[in-house]
Design a protein around this ligand. Structure first.
Ligand code: INI
Length: 179
């Protein structure tokens, strides 16, 4: 991750919600710090980042859905670590979390970013969270910023094409005649 000056202030004025699981705290704490650092590095104010901690990854979708529906954030970032070695019900938890996060995004048309690590071992999760290695927390922040831009572009295009349809209808309408 570069310095704040290198990263610029491209996300200044945007607001983010972060839902981070406490389970596997060493890993999720690292993900959370790297995520907040990256957002701030792109110009997001600390006051514009709302962090909510939940017990485990299974609880992430409910809070993500609530934040996404609130209208108070431009994107939600979900952080967690589900580790197969420690989790007999690994498949259930990871399937539910990914389904719930996707659902929160689609139901609200708000970006909800999947920053949940699913690994075989704690060592793999630590490596993916490490800001000097894979830095998945920082990557999740960058994906969130990118998706806010994508959604703003699409919503802007939708607004423009609606008004251009209106204009062309007005152009073809003859003066003095009703429809
Ligand atoms: N939660 C995690 O975030 N990661 C795990 O690896 C994990 N394991 O190993 O079970 C885990 N379990 C807790 C779960 O997410 C819920 O908090 C719990 O079942 C209460 O609903």
């Amino acid at each position: 991750m570069g310095t704040h000056r290198e990263m610029g202030r491209s996300a200044a004025g945007l607001r983010f919600g972060i839902v981070a699981a406490k389970f596997n705290q060493r890993v999720t704490g690292t993900l959370l710090r790297a995520c907040v650092d990256a957002l701030e590095g792109h110009g997001v104010e600390r006051d514009a980042i709302r962090v909510v901690r939940v017990p485990g990854a299974f609880e992430i979708p409910l809070v993500a859905q609530t934040m996404a529906a609130s209208g108070h954030v431009d994107a939600v970032i979900c952080l967690g670590a589900v580790i197969r070695g420690d989790t007999p019900h690994f498949e259930y938890i990871s399937a539910e979390v990914s389904r719930g996060i996707g659902q929160a995004a689609l139901e609200n048309t708000v970006p909800v970013i999947f920053g949940v690590l699913t690994t075989e071992t704690v060592a793999q999760a630590e490596e993916r969270a490490d800001p000097k290695k894979f830095n998945r927390g920082g990557e999740a922040a960058k994906s969130a910023i990118e998706m806010v831009r994508v959604m703003r572009m699409l919503k802007g295009e939708a607004g423009r094409s609606a008004s251009s349809r209106l204009t062309s209808r007005e152009v073809t309408r003859r003066p003095g005649r009703t429809q």
